[in-house]
Design a protein around this ligand. Structure first.
Ligand code: ADP
Length: 446
């Protein structure tokens, strides 16, 4: 097992990883920018290193500085969390070259899945159903038009290097295609430095259903059920739940087994998420994330498995500590992403938290990196915490969620709590009847 883990991240996820290290008796190193000197992840770590100025490129994304921090502190492994360098194959490689373990999959798997075209081809070869679309990148508008006409409009133009919902444009008809293609390309170029795009059939009313997988890199792999992340705004998840109100046990088992078999075949190591759109009883692969997800606690609550602990165990060379038949699903869990944002316009609301009272009680978990008096810096994403609620069924979970949300007080800044208070009273939400477009329609109407 490792002696010391450096956590190349900030906020709630840095704390989440520290907690797992603590349970395993591993010392922790926090890194931080000058804007984060007072952050909770710095206060609670055994050691901390300031790695640069506020822009992420000077600190949390700066590989030489992270390496120096490992060398100064003698860390023997790095946990990247999510975002930042978590899906950077080069970072994983450089660490390995310096005999520091990257807590995550092999750089080869990160690289394949980070290129959405290669990921789709790999998925197809492994027997995973994919969204119909172009075979690889589209090279010209004429080629795009030919494919779109064959498939039928609407179509979606997506960036090969995409992520975070950027570089994605819908073309509803042939007249829209030229502009959609040009905008997607320029957005992709600006965001990822790569303007390669491909085309997919645009599904009209799908749900976003993702399967949590876990492998030990030795050919053992399992699935841990699904998460339904259909409540989205601008392709960004707002609320996640498991099990999905739209799946039955047979559908779960069927897709879970397809995905787990695929992970066994490629000898996948660590935690991963295979994302699907689900429409009319069919699953369509969209991408695989080769890291821990923001919404992983939902799965932890219904399986009782600590995913971060298992990531560390497997990275240190251990076998998976459970088999597929050991995994059971119990009750229902829902996560609300608490963002420092205006609940209507979603404009970021950095500033000082003057009062902080998180909810408690049976079935309630709050993963957060903030505290009363903390000043939220304006440089990073606006997630300040996650409220995760568990109950023996969806009804009980919703009852507890209403109670927990009503207790949650955050003053001094705006948050998305009022939006959740509203949403959990909408019949479509309480009945589980929502697709990926539901939230935007709701926000447009209200
Ligand atoms: P990113 O990596 O940028 O998050 P994804 O491929 O994971 O991109 O897609 C993000 C979201 O975009 C999905 O959850 C879904 O809401 C929407 N989306 C992606 N592909 C399609 C599609 N073919 N049809 C309809 N919506 C899609």
């Amino acid at each position: 097992m490792f002696d010391k883990v450096l956590i190349a991240n900030r906020g709630e996820i840095a704390l989440r990883i520290q907690r797992a290290c603590k349970e395993l008796g591993i010392a922790t190193v926090a890194v931080h920018s000058t804007a984060d000197a007072d952050a909770m992840h710095v206060r609670l770590a055994d050691e901390s290193v300031c790695i640069g100025s506020p822009p992420a490129s000077d600190s949390y994304l700066n590989i030489p500085r992270l390496l120096a921090a490992c060398e100064i502190t003698g860390a023997d492994a790095v946990h990247p969390g999510y975002g930042f360098l978590s899906e950077n194959a080069r970072f994983a490689e450089i660490l390995e070259e310096h005999s520091i373990t990257f807590i995550g999959p092999t750089s080869e798997h990160i690289r394949i899945m980070g290129d959405k075209i290669q990921a789709k081809e790999t998925a197809k070869k492994l027997g995973i159903p994919v969204v119909p679309g172009s075979d690889g990148a589209v090279r010209s508008e004429a080629q795009a038009m030919k494919i779109a006409k064959e498939m039928g409009f609407p179509v979606l133009i997506k960036a090969t290097a995409g992520g975070g919902g950027r570089g994605m444009k819908v073309a509803h008809s042939a007249a829209d295609l030229g502009i959609a293609l040009a905008t997607a390309k320029s957005e992709a170029k600006a965001a990822f430095g790569n303007d390669s795009v491909y085309i997919e059939k645009y599904l009209q009313k799908p749900r976003h259903i993702e399967i949590q997988v876990f492998g030990d890199g030795k050919g053992n792999a399992v699935h841990l059920g699904e998460r339904d992340c259909s409540l989205q705004r601008r392709h960004q998840k707002i609320l996640e739940e498991s099990p999905s109100p739209a799946l039955n046990a047979e559908a779960r088992e069927r897709i879970g087994n397809v995905v787990a078999n695929a992970m066994r075949e490629i000898k996948y190591r660590g935690a991963g998420t295979v994302e699907f759109l689900y429409e009319d009883g069919e699953f369509y692969f969209i991408e695989m994330n080769t890291r821990l997800q923001v919404e992983h606690p939902v799965t932890e609550q219904i399986t009782g498995i600590d995913l971060v602990l298992e990531q560390i165990r497997v990275a240190s060379g251990g076998h998976l500590s459970f088999k597929q038949e050991d995994i059971t699903f119990s009750g229902h869990a829902i996560e609300c992403r608490i963002n420092a944002e205006n609940p209507r316009t979603f404009r970021p609301s950095p500033g000082q938290i003057t009062y902080w009272h998180p909810p408690g009680g049976l079935g309630v978990r709050v993963d957060s990196g903030v505290y009363q008096g903390y000043r939220i810096p304006p440089f990073y994403d606006s997630l300040i915490g996650k409220l995760i609620v568990h109950g023996k069924n969806r009804n009980e979970c919703l009852m507890r969620l209403r109670r927990a949300l009503s207790e949650f007080v955050i003053d001094g800044i705006e948050t998305t709590i009022p939006l959740f208070n509203e949403l959990i009273r909408q019949p479509d939400i309480t009945n589980g009847l929502y697709d990926i477009h539901w939230l935007e329609k709701y926000l447009g109407k209200s």
